[in-house]
Design a protein around this ligand. Structure first.
Ligand SMILES: [Zn+2]
Length: 420
């Protein structure tokens, strides 16, 4: 048995103290702040939270460690609910094209972008892919990410997609982070299928999805529903096939254009619709309707501001979504093409500076709401008794706002993941 005490915590942001499964609208800024608090972890779980005045000798018995958190802020571990962290190589050569003015779509048309990564997947071994992905997991753990969702999508063949998902699952044995996996075979149409796209969609539906399900490699299914990638009708076909295999949907929508994917997602009961750099009033209305009709299973609007930053794209209208009462979520979209950073603290800076979210709203979006976007919020995402002990201890700080304010600076002193 391992018991850890965190004492003299200056500011403990629980995010929730009433077992909420997400925070929506104006409730996002209420993050249950306790001052001068203590917290006890036993094995993997949080077993007690209280005020320092109530900390007695009983709580100090049999401690494996006592951590002095004087002057520090304690937060729930960050939940990054949208990443493509398993990828074969970085693509800084395309970054140079971008600097010289080429667009994401132009690079894709030249065989760059996703197709560039797909070619590299065929040449890399599972061992090499595991090593580089594990390195990325370790790096983001140091910056506070205790839970990750990882998508496939750079395979674009049965063997390639299975390789990526096997590696994403293998990571679970090598890191204490909680990992959820998503099958994204419909990320792009591979070159070989350019003039016969329906054949690729058949491959996704008839071979990839059944095999992924058979090997139990994915928790969710995703489609890149964007102009130049997959149409609404194709997205629907693929998601329906996923539903047959009990794979709930998460969709990439409205990054490059108004794809119609938000309404498709709400109609199909998607867990989340991700990106939303462009969003129409009808899309917001459909998210509200879904939330009204399925309050415990609504569709989460997930925003990915590091993608907007890197591509010099518009930022998603977070204030509009919050004003509409929705449970906004933030994630990194960590990938080699449009967001080569897994830093949730940087996401927080962008969300506050460019999307005008309050630091407390951003905190809810990247902890409890991220957990809900993975349907994990009963276990993680807030600091509450009974929850998994995924905890961030900052360096000495006076205000939560210092984290987004001092962008690029790592203000995290220690991360406890599953109680370790
Ligand atoms: Zn993505």
């Amino acid at each position: 048995m391992s018991k850890i005490l965190l004492h003299s915590i200056s500011q403990l942001y629980q995010v929730s103290d009433s077992q909420e499964i997400f925070k929506a609208g104006e409730n996002m800024q209420h993050t249950c702040l306790k001052e001068n608090a203590y917290l006890i972890i036993e094995n993997e779980h949080i077993i007690e939270i209280g005020n320092m005045a109530d900390l007695g000798e009983r709580q100090k018995e049999n401690l494996a460690e006592s951590i002095d958190c004087t002057g520090r802020i304690v937060l729930p571990g960050f939940v990054d609910s949208h990443t493509h962290l398993v990828f074969p190589k970085t693509r800084e050569e395309e970054y140079l094209f971008k600097i010289q003015g080429m667009t994401y779509e132009e690079i894709a048309q030249k065989g760059g972008g996703i197709l560039n990564s797909a070619r590299a997947v065929t040449h890399i071994s599972e061992e090499e892919l595991l090593l580089s992905s594990l390195e990325r997991c370790k790096n983001v753990l140091k910056t506070g990410t205790t839970t990750l969702e990882i998508k496939s999508g750079y395979g674009l063949s049965l063997a390639g997609e299975l390789k990526l998902l096997r590696v994403a699952n293998a990571l679970k044995k090598h890191t204490s982070q909680t990992i959820k996996t998503t099958f994204l075979g419909a990320h792009a149409i591979p070159l070989a299928y350019k003039s016969q796209r329906e054949k690729y969609i058949d491959l996704v539906c008839e071979e990839m999805i059944p095999q992924v399900a058979e090997e139990n490699l994915a928790d969710f299914i995703d489609v890149f529903c964007e102009t130049g990638f997959f149409t609404q009708a194709e997205t629907e076909k693929i998601l329906l096939k996923g539903a047959e295999y009990h794979l709930p949907a998460k969709i990439h929508v409205n990054q490059l254009d108004f794809s119609g994917g938000v309404q498709l997602g709400t109609r199909m009961g998607a867990i989340s619709v991700d990106h939303l750099e462009r969003i129409a009033d009808e899309d917001i209305f459909s998210l509200q309707e879904r939330q009204k009709n399925s309050p415990n299973d609504c569709t989460v609007p997930t925003l990915l501001p590091s993608c907007s930053f890197f591509l010099r794209d518009p930022y998603a209208p977070a204030r509009k979504l919050i004003a509409a009462g929705l449970p906004v979520c933030l994630a990194t979209d960590y990938n080699p093409g449009s967001s080569p950073s897994g830093s949730m603290a940087f996401v927080m800076s962008l969300a506050c500076t460019y999307m005008r979210m309050l630091p407390t709203e951003a905190l809810s979006a990247m902890t409890l709401n991220g957990a809900f976007a993975l349907r994990l919020s009963e276990k993680i995402g807030s600091i509450e008794v009974g929850k998994q002990a995924d905890i961030i201890i900052t360096k000495p700080l006076q205000h939560l706002a210092r984290i987004p304010y001092s962008f690029g600076e790592n203000l995290i002193e220690r991360v406890i993941c599953k109680g370790v």
